[in-house]
Design a binder for this molecule. Structure first.
Ligand code: FES
Ligand code: FES
Length: 172
C-alpha cells in the first residue's frame, strides 16, 4: 500500500490523482483495479475487454507510461497523473491520432481504439517519426478483433506526420 492514503471506511481508500489534468479525489476499494475505479467514477472510455491483461483495451497512461488498468490496483495511482481517452480530445476538438484513426478506416466497432490510441500517443511522445516496426511494436499489446492491423499502422504514420508538421509550425 502506498503511503499517505487515507482509509475512509473499511476497505475503501481515498486517492488523490490528476485525471486528464484535473485534480480529483477518488474513493476506491482496496482490491479494485484502476480500470474498474475509472469506469465507476465515470471515465467509461477506458474499456474492459478480457480483464486479464491480454487485450490492451483498458490501457491508460499513468505518469506518461501505458499501464493496463485491469491489472493495476487503483491505489497504485495515488498522487499520479492519469490520461484517459477522454483527455486526448473531444468530438469538437479531436486529437490528430483520433482524426487519423477515423480517416484511415481503422475504427470499426471501436472497442479497442481507446487503448490503441493511448499506446500510439505514448509512442509518438517519445518517437515523433516512428518506423513501421516501431509502430507495430508499440501496438503489439493491443488486440483488435475487427481489423487486420494495417489501417491502425497507417493511422499512426499519418498522425505522426501531422504532429511533426504542427511542431514545425509552432517553432517557425
Ligand atoms: S481489459 Fe485489460 S488487458 Fe484486456
Ligand atoms: S475496431 Fe473492433 S476490436 Fe478493434
Amino acid at each position: 500500500m502506498k503511503t499517505g492514503i487515507i482509509e475512509t471506511k473499511k476497505g475503501f481508500f481515498e486517492i488523490t490523482v490528476a485525471i486528464n489534468g484535473e485534480k480529483k479525489e477518488l474513493s476506491v476499494k482496496n482490491d479494485e483495479s484502476l480500470l474498474d475505479a475509472l469506469r465507476r467514477h465515470g471515465w467509461k472510455g477506458t474499456k474492459k475487454g478480457c480483464d486479464t491483461g491480454d487485450c490492451g483495451s483498458c490501457a491508460v497512461l499513468l505518469n506518461g507510461r501505458p499501464v493496463l488498468g485491469c491489472l493495476a490496483p487503483a491505489v497504485t495511482a495515488h498522487e499520479g497523473e492519469i490520461t484517459t481517452i477522454e483527455g486526448l480530445g473531444s468530438v469538437r476538438a479531436p486529437h490528430p491520432l483520433q482524426v487519423a484513426f477515423v480517416e484511415a478506416g481503422a475504427v470499426q466497432c471501436g472497442f479497442c481504439i481507446p487503448g490503441m490510441i493511448l499506446s500510439s500517443k505514448h509512442l509518438l511522445d517519445r518517437t515523433p517519426n516512428p518506423t513501421e516496426a516501431e509502430i507495430r511494436k508499440a501496438l503489439d499489446g493491443n488486440l483488435c478483433r475487427c481489423t487486420g492491423y494495417v489501417k491502425q499502422v497507417e493511422a499512426v504514420k499519418a498522425a505522426a506526420q501531422k504532429l511533426r508538421g504542427k511542431g514545425k509550425r509552432a517553432r517557425a
